[in-house]
Write a new protein. Structure first.
Length: 650
């Protein structure tokens, strides 16, 4: 779109306009951006190199300034100091004081003995001198400079190409840019990017938990034992009365009756437990099917969304799809209620249990395929249990009645009282015994099922942990994004039929695209699954702007938009805080507004440095350099790069 005509608003919204859940990776494996202020210089040097590799140039420069005070005798340190000094900066950005700092650094470097790092320092000096057009540059031809660059170690060469791109001017610019593009094309998918990058946005999985089984209710066990003892004593009295009449048959009848009664109570517990499980399943189904009202965006609401997502993902095709969705509604509701209960109290992130939701729904699909996922129905009681229970009751009753009739011939009043005591105590003791036995069997069965589910979930947890074990580092994420940006700039040059030497300066903003996921490490910038990228190319004729959406997982760009406008059409540039982001706004004189919400660092954790987070966000999104370039254009127009260097506000 060319600027001209009526008022227009071009908006590229980012993360400031919606609440976005983000993953922050902690732990020993992700603390490479954390260093104590009293740490030794060698540790700070390592930290600074990591920041430089991830694109956090501002933090890297500050740390390198501290490191050279103590390690200024090392050419390796000076090599990385030079990379950090020029990284993400244009030649117009350096003040007179900074140029003097650079000159003093060169004087100190000249006093050091030469080693394997000296050649890289020489190339950096030559490239910077070529950009300045100084007399020192005249001593080396472009061919010589490129030859020296080619002789460097691959990592040294890649670092120079990456961090000095904005400083280069002169005849060497096009040649080095092509090498940068070639290097970016080679590195864009290194390290198995397509197989690993998505893992950066996956949180560390929460350990599997299951709801504890309700303990068996044995509160009446003491009463049952007492009543059983009373009934046993009553049986003994009946036997004693019968023996007084020399009726020895009770010596067989009464022990047999007691043994039969015990077997009847034990098997009666199994019988009752089977029917109780059926009724409980119906009750749980009715309660779970009623559903629960969850707060929008809360833990339960997000978990509920995960279950719906995976129920739809694992649904069979064809007509069976509807039957599947109806059938899994109850078990999914039950699993959701359990998961929310056992995790919500520990303030777990919903994303951390997503793996468990996926596993549970996948298990339901496996049961569906095998026919194990069926409607709850009455479970048949084993015939042997029924026979033993009924037979035991009959034998116990007959044995006691036989003893009672024999005892009644000895003393009818005493026998009648004793028999009534036996019936009352024995009946209540039997009922309580059956209930307690059923409860113990229920607890054992449910605990065994819980242990089985816990074990299966634990194996899945370990499998998922192994799957995420090669999660990329933030330095890799920064490098991949840098490659994507370079290749996008090259595509923009091709679209506008421009050479790199036609570009006097350029800036880019990498903001969060709508709906993308985000993640970061401690003290690191947010990384996104999708970016809204704005590229500003400053040429002799005006600004060429490209807006594109970048899928960082697949490194695929789509929705290209082109906008052109003259320098005198730029009215103002503004950054306005909005939520957890800064909204970048570019105003043109014809009323066109270009807006993009650039997500910032957000709230720093207790073990993070807010200043480091803010600098990391500005460097990673390109906001700092974009402001410098476009504020200069808004203030001075096309004469910006030829006039006094623009001093950006801090």
């Amino acid at each position: 779109m060319s600027a001209g005509g009526g008022a227009t608003t071009v908006t590229a919204h980012g993360g400031a306009h919606s609440v976005v859940a983000g993953t922050i990776h902690g732990g020993l494996g992700n603390n490479y951006y954390q260093v104590s202020s009293v740490a030794p210089p060698t540790d700070k040097f390592t930290y600074a190199r990591r920041c430089l590799a991830s694109g956090q140039a501002t933090t890297a420069r500050e740390l390198m300034g501290e490191v050279v005070v103590h390690l200024g005798h090392s050419t390796r340190v000076w090599f990385h100091w030079l990379l950090a000094f020029f990284s993400q900066r244009t030649s117009s950005e350096f003040s007179a004081e900074e140029r003097e700092v650079y000159a003093e650094a060169l004087r100190r470097i000249d006093t050091l003995p030469r080693n394997q790092w000296s050649a890289g320092i020489d190339v950096i000096r030559g490239l910077v001198a070529a950009g300045d057009g100084s007399a020192e540059r005249e001593a080396a031809t472009t061919v010589d400079l490129l030859l020296e660059l080619d002789l460097l170690d691959g990592a040294h060469r890649a670092g120079i190409l990456r961090h000095l791109e904005r400083v280069l001017l002169g005849s060497v610019k096009d040649e080095l840019w092509q090498r940068e593009v070639d290097q970016a094309a080679d590195d864009q998918f290194t390290g198995h990017r397509e197989e690993r990058l998505w893992k950066f946005f996956e949180p560390d999985p929460a350990r599997p938990r299951t709801r504890q089984v309700r303990p068996a209710d044995d509160s009446a066990a003491g009463l049952a034992l007492f009543l059983a003892a009373v009934a046993t004593v009553a049986v003994g009295v009946l036997g004693w009365l019968a023996l007084q009449r020399d009726d020895t048959s009770v010596l067989v009848a009464l022990p047999t009756a007691l043994l039969a009664a015990g077997l009847a109570v034990a098997n009666g517990g199994a019988w009752r437990q089977a029917t109780t499980v059926h009724g409980a399943a119906r009750t749980r189904q009715a309660r779970s099917s009623a559903g629960a009202v969850a707060r929008s965006g809360g833990f339960t609401d997000r978990v509920d969304g995960f279950y719906r997502q995976y129920a739809d993902k694992y649904a069979p095709g064809g007509a069976a799809r509807v039957a599947w969705l109806i059938r899994v509604r109850e078990p999914i509701a039950r699993l959701r209620d359990e998961l929310c209960e056992v995790y919500r109290e520990q303030r777990s992130d919903a994303d951390a249990v997503k793996w468990l939701v996926r596993f549970q729904v996948r298990e339901l699909r496996r049961q569906w395929d095998t026919g194990a996922l069926s409607e709850p129905r009455r479970r048949p009681v084993r015939l042997s249990v029924q026979v033993i229970t009924v037979t035991g009751v009959m034998i116990a009753v007959l044995g006691v009645l036989w003893a009672a009739q024999a005892a009644g011939r000895q003393s009818l009043p005493q026998t009648a009282g004793t028999f009534l005591v036996f019936v009352a105590a024995g009946w209540v003791a039997a009922i309580l015994g059956v209930r307690i036995g059923a409860e113990n069997r229920r607890f054992a069965a449910e605990e065994a099922l819980r242990q089985q589910r816990q074990t299966a979930a634990w194996f899945e947890f370990q499998r998922w942990e192994r799957r995420l074990s090669d999660r990329p580092t933030d330095m890799e994420m920064g490098r991949w994004l840098d490659c994507d940006r370079r290749l996008l700039v090259q595509q923009a040059l091709t679209a506008y039929q421009l050479q790199w030497s036609d570009i006097r300066a350029y800036a880019s903003i990498e903001a969060r695209a709508e709906g993308s996921r985000r993640a970061r490490v401690k003290n690191g910038p947010w990384r996104y699954t999708s970016y809204k990228v704005l590229i500003f190319l400053l040429t002799a004729d005006g600004v060429r702007q490209i807006t594109v959406e970048l899928n960082s997982v697949r490194a695929a760009a789509r929705q290209w938009e082109r906008t052109n406008y003259r320098y005198d059409a730029v009215a103002a540039v503004r950054v306005r805080p909005r939520g957890d982001a800064n909204e970048f706004q570019l105003f043109l004189v014809n009323g066109t507004d270009i807006e993009v919400a650039v997500t910032e660092s957000g709230q720093a954790a207790v073990d993070e440095d807010p200043g480091v987070l803010a600098d990391a966000a500005k460097d990673a999104t390109g906001l700092r350099n974009t402001l410098f370039v476009l504020e200069g254009v808004a203030a001075e127009g096309r004469s910006w790069w030829g006039g006094p260097a623009y001093r950006r506000a801090s």
